[in-house]
Design a binder for this molecule. Structure first.
Ligand SMILES: Nc1ncnc2c1ncn2[C@@H]1O[C@H](COP(=O)(O)OP(=O)(O)OP(=O)(O)O)[C@@H](O)[C@H]1O
Ligand SMILES: [Mg+2]
Length: 389
Protein backbone atom coordinates (compact mmCIF):
# COMPACT_ATOMS: atom_id res chain seq x y z
CA UNK A 1 0.00 0.00 0.00
CA UNK A 2 1.16 3.51 -0.70
CA UNK A 3 2.75 5.41 2.15
CA UNK A 4 2.60 3.77 5.53
CA UNK A 5 2.75 0.22 4.23
CA UNK A 6 5.27 -0.71 6.88
CA UNK A 7 3.20 0.63 9.76
CA UNK A 8 2.24 -2.37 11.84
CA UNK A 9 -1.29 -2.75 13.13
CA UNK A 10 -1.76 -2.26 16.85
CA UNK A 11 -3.43 -4.80 19.12
CA UNK A 12 -6.57 -2.64 18.95
CA UNK A 13 -6.45 -2.72 15.14
CA UNK A 14 -6.28 -6.51 15.30
CA UNK A 15 -9.32 -6.63 17.58
CA UNK A 16 -11.17 -4.40 15.08
CA UNK A 17 -10.23 -6.78 12.28
CA UNK A 18 -11.54 -9.67 14.34
CA UNK A 19 -14.96 -8.02 14.43
CA UNK A 20 -15.14 -9.26 10.86
CA UNK A 21 -15.01 -12.89 12.00
CA UNK A 22 -18.49 -14.25 12.66
CA UNK A 23 -19.23 -17.36 14.64
CA UNK A 24 -21.77 -18.66 12.15
CA UNK A 25 -23.64 -20.66 14.71
CA UNK A 26 -23.92 -18.11 17.45
CA UNK A 27 -24.56 -15.32 14.97
CA UNK A 28 -22.22 -12.66 16.35
CA UNK A 29 -18.64 -11.67 15.80
CA UNK A 30 -16.03 -13.31 17.98
CA UNK A 31 -15.11 -10.08 19.75
CA UNK A 32 -18.67 -9.43 20.83
CA UNK A 33 -19.01 -13.04 21.98
CA UNK A 34 -15.87 -12.74 24.09
CA UNK A 35 -14.13 -15.48 22.11
CA UNK A 36 -11.36 -13.20 20.84
CA UNK A 37 -9.64 -12.59 24.12
CA UNK A 38 -6.56 -10.69 23.15
CA UNK A 39 -4.01 -9.89 20.50
CA UNK A 40 -0.42 -8.85 20.31
CA UNK A 41 1.81 -7.82 17.43
CA UNK A 42 5.57 -8.26 17.53
CA UNK A 43 8.12 -6.13 15.69
CA UNK A 44 8.34 -8.53 12.78
CA UNK A 45 4.62 -8.24 12.15
CA UNK A 46 3.69 -11.59 13.64
CA UNK A 47 0.29 -11.41 15.27
CA UNK A 48 -0.72 -13.65 18.13
CA UNK A 49 -4.43 -13.95 18.74
CA UNK A 50 -5.99 -15.75 21.67
CA UNK A 51 -9.29 -17.37 20.85
CA UNK A 52 -11.39 -19.09 23.50
CA UNK A 53 -13.75 -21.76 22.26
CA UNK A 54 -17.00 -22.62 23.96
CA UNK A 55 -15.86 -26.24 24.06
CA UNK A 56 -12.43 -27.57 23.21
CA UNK A 57 -13.93 -29.93 20.63
CA UNK A 58 -15.79 -27.14 18.87
CA UNK A 59 -16.56 -28.32 15.34
CA UNK A 60 -16.25 -24.79 13.99
CA UNK A 61 -12.65 -24.47 15.06
CA UNK A 62 -11.32 -25.07 11.54
CA UNK A 63 -13.70 -22.50 10.09
CA UNK A 64 -12.78 -19.90 12.71
CA UNK A 65 -9.10 -20.59 12.18
CA UNK A 66 -9.42 -19.98 8.44
CA UNK A 67 -11.36 -16.78 8.96
CA UNK A 68 -9.05 -15.37 11.62
CA UNK A 69 -6.02 -16.11 9.46
CA UNK A 70 -7.60 -14.58 6.37
CA UNK A 71 -8.79 -11.43 8.15
CA UNK A 72 -5.68 -10.69 10.17
CA UNK A 73 -3.17 -12.13 7.71
CA UNK A 74 -4.24 -9.82 4.89
CA UNK A 75 -3.77 -6.64 6.93
CA UNK A 76 -0.81 -4.56 5.74
CA UNK A 77 2.42 -5.27 7.60
CA UNK A 78 1.30 -8.61 9.03
CA UNK A 79 3.80 -11.36 8.28
CA UNK A 80 2.27 -14.20 10.24
CA UNK A 81 -0.72 -15.13 12.34
CA UNK A 82 -0.55 -17.46 15.30
CA UNK A 83 -3.68 -18.55 17.11
CA UNK A 84 -3.58 -19.64 20.73
CA UNK A 85 -6.66 -21.68 21.48
CA UNK A 86 -8.12 -21.79 24.93
CA UNK A 87 -11.41 -22.89 26.36
CA UNK A 88 -13.94 -20.57 27.93
CA UNK A 89 -14.61 -20.79 31.62
CA UNK A 90 -18.12 -21.78 32.64
CA UNK A 91 -18.89 -18.15 33.35
CA UNK A 92 -17.60 -16.91 29.99
CA UNK A 93 -19.55 -19.62 28.25
CA UNK A 94 -22.80 -18.64 29.94
CA UNK A 95 -22.28 -15.05 28.98
CA UNK A 96 -21.51 -15.92 25.33
CA UNK A 97 -24.56 -18.14 25.13
CA UNK A 98 -26.74 -15.51 26.76
CA UNK A 99 -25.55 -13.08 24.13
CA UNK A 100 -26.28 -15.58 21.36
CA UNK A 101 -29.69 -16.31 22.78
CA UNK A 102 -30.40 -12.62 23.07
CA UNK A 103 -29.36 -12.16 19.46
CA UNK A 104 -31.51 -15.01 18.29
CA UNK A 105 -34.62 -14.20 20.25
CA UNK A 106 -34.84 -10.83 21.84
CA UNK A 107 -33.01 -8.37 19.74
CA UNK A 108 -34.51 -6.89 16.64
CA UNK A 109 -31.76 -8.01 14.29
CA UNK A 110 -29.55 -5.26 12.91
CA UNK A 111 -29.50 -7.08 9.63
CA UNK A 112 -31.37 -9.92 7.99
CA UNK A 113 -28.24 -11.05 6.21
CA UNK A 114 -27.59 -14.52 7.63
CA UNK A 115 -24.46 -15.07 9.73
CA UNK A 116 -23.43 -17.80 7.29
CA UNK A 117 -23.46 -15.50 4.24
CA UNK A 118 -20.17 -14.29 2.80
CA UNK A 119 -20.57 -10.57 2.14
CA UNK A 120 -18.48 -9.26 -0.74
CA UNK A 121 -18.35 -5.64 -1.89
CA UNK A 122 -17.19 -4.88 -5.42
CA UNK A 123 -15.35 -1.58 -5.33
CA UNK A 124 -13.03 0.57 -7.40
CA UNK A 125 -11.12 3.79 -7.10
CA UNK A 126 -12.97 5.41 -9.98
CA UNK A 127 -16.09 4.97 -12.05
CA UNK A 128 -16.65 3.13 -15.30
CA UNK A 129 -14.10 0.36 -14.75
CA UNK A 130 -16.72 -2.38 -14.78
CA UNK A 131 -17.86 -2.88 -11.17
CA UNK A 132 -21.46 -3.54 -12.15
CA UNK A 133 -20.48 -5.85 -15.01
CA UNK A 134 -18.18 -7.79 -12.67
CA UNK A 135 -20.86 -7.97 -9.97
CA UNK A 136 -23.59 -9.43 -12.18
CA UNK A 137 -21.29 -11.79 -14.03
CA UNK A 138 -19.73 -13.18 -10.86
CA UNK A 139 -23.22 -13.48 -9.36
CA UNK A 140 -24.51 -15.62 -12.24
CA UNK A 141 -21.27 -17.62 -12.40
CA UNK A 142 -21.57 -18.42 -8.67
CA UNK A 143 -25.25 -19.26 -9.03
CA UNK A 144 -24.45 -21.55 -11.96
CA UNK A 145 -22.27 -23.49 -9.50
CA UNK A 146 -25.36 -24.03 -7.36
CA UNK A 147 -25.01 -21.20 -4.85
CA UNK A 148 -27.70 -18.85 -3.66
CA UNK A 149 -26.33 -15.39 -4.35
CA UNK A 150 -27.72 -12.05 -3.22
CA UNK A 151 -26.99 -8.99 -5.32
CA UNK A 152 -27.33 -5.59 -3.69
CA UNK A 153 -27.19 -2.62 -6.01
CA UNK A 154 -25.72 0.02 -3.72
CA UNK A 155 -25.12 2.36 -6.63
CA UNK A 156 -28.34 4.23 -6.12
CA UNK A 157 -27.53 6.82 -8.73
CA UNK A 158 -26.33 4.47 -11.44
CA UNK A 159 -28.26 1.28 -10.68
CA UNK A 160 -27.26 -0.69 -13.75
CA UNK A 161 -27.78 -4.07 -12.04
CA UNK A 162 -31.51 -4.50 -12.91
CA UNK A 163 -30.88 -3.86 -16.60
CA UNK A 164 -27.84 -6.13 -16.70
CA UNK A 165 -29.83 -8.98 -15.15
CA UNK A 166 -32.96 -8.31 -17.15
CA UNK A 167 -35.05 -7.64 -14.05
CA UNK A 168 -37.75 -5.03 -13.60
CA UNK A 169 -40.93 -4.33 -11.69
CA UNK A 170 -41.44 -3.18 -8.16
CA UNK A 171 -40.31 -5.15 -5.14
CA UNK A 172 -42.99 -6.67 -2.99
CA UNK A 173 -43.27 -6.00 0.71
CA UNK A 174 -44.01 -8.53 3.42
CA UNK A 175 -47.61 -8.24 4.57
CA UNK A 176 -47.87 -6.43 7.90
CA UNK A 177 -44.15 -5.83 8.17
CA UNK A 178 -41.87 -3.18 6.81
CA UNK A 179 -39.81 -5.71 4.93
CA UNK A 180 -38.77 -5.92 1.31
CA UNK A 181 -38.68 -9.19 -0.61
CA UNK A 182 -35.87 -9.37 -3.16
CA UNK A 183 -36.51 -10.26 -6.78
CA UNK A 184 -35.48 -13.83 -7.48
CA UNK A 185 -34.03 -15.35 -10.59
CA UNK A 186 -33.13 -18.97 -11.10
CA UNK A 187 -29.75 -19.59 -12.73
CA UNK A 188 -29.13 -23.27 -13.42
CA UNK A 189 -29.04 -25.03 -10.05
CA UNK A 190 -28.57 -21.72 -8.21
CA UNK A 191 -30.62 -18.68 -7.32
CA UNK A 192 -30.14 -14.92 -7.45
CA UNK A 193 -31.83 -12.57 -4.96
CA UNK A 194 -31.63 -9.00 -6.17
CA UNK A 195 -32.44 -5.61 -4.68
CA UNK A 196 -31.96 -2.23 -6.28
CA UNK A 197 -33.37 1.22 -5.72
CA UNK A 198 -34.68 0.88 -9.23
CA UNK A 199 -37.22 -1.65 -7.93
CA UNK A 200 -38.51 0.73 -5.26
CA UNK A 201 -39.22 3.72 -7.43
CA UNK A 202 -41.25 3.89 -10.59
CA UNK A 203 -38.88 5.56 -12.95
CA UNK A 204 -35.22 6.37 -13.38
CA UNK A 205 -35.77 10.05 -12.60
CA UNK A 206 -37.11 9.46 -9.12
CA UNK A 207 -34.32 6.98 -8.53
CA UNK A 208 -31.90 9.77 -9.25
CA UNK A 209 -33.63 11.87 -6.59
CA UNK A 210 -32.30 9.40 -4.05
CA UNK A 211 -28.84 10.65 -4.71
CA UNK A 212 -27.06 12.64 -2.07
CA UNK A 213 -28.12 12.53 1.51
CA UNK A 214 -30.73 9.78 1.08
CA UNK A 215 -28.19 7.45 -0.44
CA UNK A 216 -26.79 6.08 2.74
CA UNK A 217 -30.28 5.62 4.19
CA UNK A 218 -31.31 3.64 1.14
CA UNK A 219 -28.36 1.29 1.53
CA UNK A 220 -29.11 0.93 5.23
CA UNK A 221 -32.62 -0.08 4.21
CA UNK A 222 -31.16 -2.84 2.03
CA UNK A 223 -28.99 -4.08 4.88
CA UNK A 224 -31.69 -3.99 7.55
CA UNK A 225 -35.05 -4.39 5.91
CA UNK A 226 -34.69 -6.94 3.15
CA UNK A 227 -35.99 -10.44 3.82
CA UNK A 228 -32.89 -12.07 2.34
CA UNK A 229 -33.38 -15.57 3.67
CA UNK A 230 -30.73 -18.25 3.12
CA UNK A 231 -27.83 -17.06 1.01
CA UNK A 232 -24.26 -18.29 0.44
CA UNK A 233 -22.90 -15.03 -0.96
CA UNK A 234 -24.07 -11.45 -1.03
CA UNK A 235 -22.38 -9.34 -3.70
CA UNK A 236 -22.67 -5.58 -3.28
CA UNK A 237 -22.19 -3.36 -6.32
CA UNK A 238 -20.70 -0.19 -4.91
CA UNK A 239 -21.03 3.30 -6.30
CA UNK A 240 -17.77 4.68 -7.68
CA UNK A 241 -15.33 6.26 -5.30
CA UNK A 242 -14.61 5.97 -1.62
CA UNK A 243 -17.18 8.22 0.00
CA UNK A 244 -19.92 8.10 2.61
CA UNK A 245 -21.81 5.11 1.23
CA UNK A 246 -18.70 2.96 1.27
CA UNK A 247 -17.79 3.98 4.80
CA UNK A 248 -21.38 3.51 5.93
CA UNK A 249 -21.53 -0.01 4.53
CA UNK A 250 -18.25 -0.90 6.17
CA UNK A 251 -19.68 0.24 9.50
CA UNK A 252 -22.91 -1.68 9.00
CA UNK A 253 -21.20 -4.83 7.73
CA UNK A 254 -17.75 -5.13 9.34
CA UNK A 255 -17.56 -8.71 8.09
CA UNK A 256 -17.67 -7.64 4.44
CA UNK A 257 -14.73 -8.46 2.21
CA UNK A 258 -13.77 -6.38 -0.76
CA UNK A 259 -12.92 -7.17 -4.35
CA UNK A 260 -11.28 -4.29 -6.17
CA UNK A 261 -11.79 -3.81 -9.89
CA UNK A 262 -9.13 -1.98 -11.83
CA UNK A 263 -8.16 -1.46 -15.45
CA UNK A 264 -4.83 -2.58 -16.91
CA UNK A 265 -3.65 0.97 -17.59
CA UNK A 266 -0.28 1.74 -16.11
CA UNK A 267 -0.95 4.05 -13.18
CA UNK A 268 -4.59 2.94 -12.79
CA UNK A 269 -3.59 1.02 -9.71
CA UNK A 270 -2.77 4.27 -7.94
CA UNK A 271 -6.40 5.33 -8.14
CA UNK A 272 -7.63 1.83 -7.35
CA UNK A 273 -5.38 1.73 -4.29
CA UNK A 274 -7.66 4.34 -2.73
CA UNK A 275 -10.32 1.67 -2.41
CA UNK A 276 -7.81 -0.57 -0.65
CA UNK A 277 -6.89 2.30 1.61
CA UNK A 278 -10.51 2.73 2.54
CA UNK A 279 -10.76 -0.99 3.25
CA UNK A 280 -7.80 -0.77 5.59
CA UNK A 281 -9.23 2.20 7.46
CA UNK A 282 -12.54 0.37 7.87
CA UNK A 283 -10.84 -2.92 8.83
CA UNK A 284 -12.33 -4.72 5.85
CA UNK A 285 -10.33 -7.41 4.14
CA UNK A 286 -9.38 -7.01 0.49
CA UNK A 287 -9.91 -10.55 -0.77
CA UNK A 288 -8.62 -9.92 -4.26
CA UNK A 289 -8.10 -7.77 -7.30
CA UNK A 290 -9.87 -8.20 -10.65
CA UNK A 291 -8.46 -6.59 -13.74
CA UNK A 292 -11.14 -5.66 -16.25
CA UNK A 293 -10.88 -4.53 -19.86
CA UNK A 294 -7.58 -6.33 -20.28
CA UNK A 295 -6.43 -7.26 -23.73
CA UNK A 296 -8.77 -7.44 -26.69
CA UNK A 297 -8.57 -10.48 -28.97
CA UNK A 298 -9.82 -9.96 -32.50
CA UNK A 299 -11.47 -12.56 -34.73
CA UNK A 300 -8.09 -13.48 -36.19
CA UNK A 301 -6.80 -14.42 -32.76
CA UNK A 302 -4.51 -11.42 -32.54
CA UNK A 303 -4.38 -9.89 -29.04
CA UNK A 304 -4.11 -6.18 -28.36
CA UNK A 305 -3.46 -4.54 -25.00
CA UNK A 306 -5.63 -1.53 -25.84
CA UNK A 307 -5.64 -0.05 -22.37
CA UNK A 308 -2.11 -1.01 -21.43
CA UNK A 309 -1.02 -3.95 -19.34
CA UNK A 310 0.01 -4.81 -15.84
CA UNK A 311 -2.38 -2.61 -13.84
CA UNK A 312 -4.00 -5.53 -12.04
CA UNK A 313 -0.73 -7.16 -11.14
CA UNK A 314 0.75 -3.87 -9.97
CA UNK A 315 -2.22 -3.20 -7.71
CA UNK A 316 -2.18 -6.73 -6.32
CA UNK A 317 1.50 -6.38 -5.50
CA UNK A 318 1.00 -2.91 -4.01
CA UNK A 319 -1.70 -3.96 -1.59
CA UNK A 320 -0.64 -7.55 -0.97
CA UNK A 321 -3.84 -9.20 -2.26
CA UNK A 322 -4.08 -11.83 -4.98
CA UNK A 323 -4.96 -10.98 -8.57
CA UNK A 324 -7.93 -13.28 -9.09
CA UNK A 325 -8.07 -12.88 -12.83
CA UNK A 326 -8.23 -10.60 -15.86
CA UNK A 327 -11.36 -10.12 -17.92
CA UNK A 328 -10.67 -9.25 -21.54
CA UNK A 329 -12.29 -6.38 -23.35
CA UNK A 330 -15.08 -7.99 -25.33
CA UNK A 331 -18.17 -6.43 -26.90
CA UNK A 332 -20.28 -9.31 -25.54
CA UNK A 333 -19.79 -7.96 -22.00
CA UNK A 334 -21.62 -4.80 -22.98
CA UNK A 335 -24.22 -6.42 -25.23
CA UNK A 336 -24.92 -9.13 -22.63
CA UNK A 337 -25.51 -6.36 -20.10
CA UNK A 338 -27.84 -4.51 -22.46
CA UNK A 339 -29.79 -7.67 -23.20
CA UNK A 340 -30.09 -8.63 -19.52
CA UNK A 341 -28.24 -11.89 -20.13
CA UNK A 342 -24.78 -11.64 -18.55
CA UNK A 343 -22.01 -12.93 -20.77
CA UNK A 344 -20.82 -15.35 -18.05
CA UNK A 345 -23.81 -17.53 -18.96
CA UNK A 346 -22.53 -17.86 -22.52
CA UNK A 347 -19.36 -18.55 -24.45
CA UNK A 348 -16.15 -16.70 -25.15
CA UNK A 349 -13.00 -15.51 -23.42
CA UNK A 350 -14.74 -13.03 -21.13
CA UNK A 351 -17.30 -15.65 -20.08
CA UNK A 352 -14.52 -18.10 -19.28
CA UNK A 353 -12.60 -15.45 -17.35
CA UNK A 354 -15.62 -14.65 -15.17
CA UNK A 355 -16.27 -18.33 -14.51
CA UNK A 356 -12.62 -18.92 -13.60
CA UNK A 357 -12.67 -15.98 -11.17
CA UNK A 358 -15.87 -17.32 -9.57
CA UNK A 359 -14.18 -20.69 -9.09
CA UNK A 360 -11.17 -19.05 -7.45
CA UNK A 361 -13.47 -17.14 -5.12
CA UNK A 362 -15.14 -20.36 -4.00
CA UNK A 363 -11.99 -22.44 -3.79
CA UNK A 364 -9.53 -20.03 -2.24
CA UNK A 365 -10.32 -16.34 -1.96
CA UNK A 366 -13.69 -16.39 -0.19
CA UNK A 367 -14.83 -19.98 0.35
CA UNK A 368 -18.42 -20.37 1.53
CA UNK A 369 -18.97 -20.88 5.25
CA UNK A 370 -18.58 -24.55 6.03
CA UNK A 371 -21.14 -25.71 8.56
CA UNK A 372 -20.49 -29.40 7.97
CA UNK A 373 -20.42 -31.51 11.07
CA UNK A 374 -21.66 -28.66 13.11
CA UNK A 375 -24.28 -29.63 15.60
CA UNK A 376 -22.56 -29.63 18.95
CA UNK A 377 -23.61 -26.16 19.86
CA UNK A 378 -26.99 -25.72 18.27
CA UNK A 379 -28.84 -23.03 20.08
CA UNK A 380 -31.64 -25.19 21.37
CA UNK A 381 -29.12 -27.52 23.01
CA UNK A 382 -27.55 -24.50 24.58
CA UNK A 383 -30.86 -23.25 25.76
CA UNK A 384 -31.75 -26.60 27.19
CA UNK A 385 -28.48 -26.61 29.08
CA UNK A 386 -29.04 -23.11 30.38
CA UNK A 387 -32.57 -23.80 31.51
CA UNK A 388 -35.51 -21.43 31.22
CA UNK A 389 -34.79 -17.74 30.77
N1 LIG B 1 -14.69 -6.44 -20.16
C1 LIG B 1 -15.45 -5.57 -20.82
N2 LIG B 1 -15.49 -5.55 -22.17
C2 LIG B 1 -16.25 -4.67 -22.84
N3 LIG B 1 -17.02 -3.76 -22.26
C3 LIG B 1 -17.03 -3.70 -20.91
C4 LIG B 1 -16.27 -4.61 -20.12
N4 LIG B 1 -16.51 -4.33 -18.81
C5 LIG B 1 -17.38 -3.32 -18.79
N5 LIG B 1 -17.70 -2.93 -20.04
C6 LIG B 1 -18.60 -1.83 -20.43
O1 LIG B 1 -18.09 -0.62 -19.83
C7 LIG B 1 -19.14 0.17 -19.35
C8 LIG B 1 -18.95 0.43 -17.85
O2 LIG B 1 -19.10 -0.79 -17.17
P1 LIG B 1 -19.87 -0.87 -15.78
O3 LIG B 1 -21.15 -0.14 -15.84
O4 LIG B 1 -19.88 -2.29 -15.38
O5 LIG B 1 -18.82 -0.07 -14.89
P2 LIG B 1 -18.98 0.53 -13.42
O6 LIG B 1 -17.64 0.51 -12.80
O7 LIG B 1 -20.08 -0.18 -12.71
O8 LIG B 1 -19.43 2.00 -13.76
P3 LIG B 1 -20.00 3.08 -12.72
O9 LIG B 1 -18.83 3.59 -11.98
O10 LIG B 1 -20.62 4.11 -13.61
O11 LIG B 1 -20.99 2.39 -11.84
C9 LIG B 1 -20.44 -0.54 -19.66
O12 LIG B 1 -20.95 -0.03 -20.87
C10 LIG B 1 -19.99 -1.98 -19.85
O13 LIG B 1 -20.81 -2.68 -20.75
MG1 LIG C 1 -21.84 0.57 -11.83
Amino acid sequence: MAGPATTLPTAEDVMSLLRGVIDPELGSDIVELGMAQGASVDREGVVIVTVALTTAGCPLRAQLQKDVRARVGSAPGVTGVEIRWTEMTQEQRSSAMAKARWNARDRAPETEIPATTRVVTIASGKGGVGKSSVTVNLAVALAAQGFTVGVMDADIGGHSVPRMLGLGGRLAGVEGEKKIVPHEKQVGPGLLKVVSMRFLVDDEDSAVMWRGFMLNRAVQHFVEDVRWGAMDYLLIDMPPGTGDVQMGLARMLPRAEMLIVTTPAVGAQKVAARAADMARKSYLRVAGVIENMSSFTCDHGQTYALFGAGGGEALAADIGSPLLGSVPLEPSVGSGGDAGVPVALGQGLAAEAFRAIARRIVEEAIPPVDMAGCSARLLHDVEAALGPK
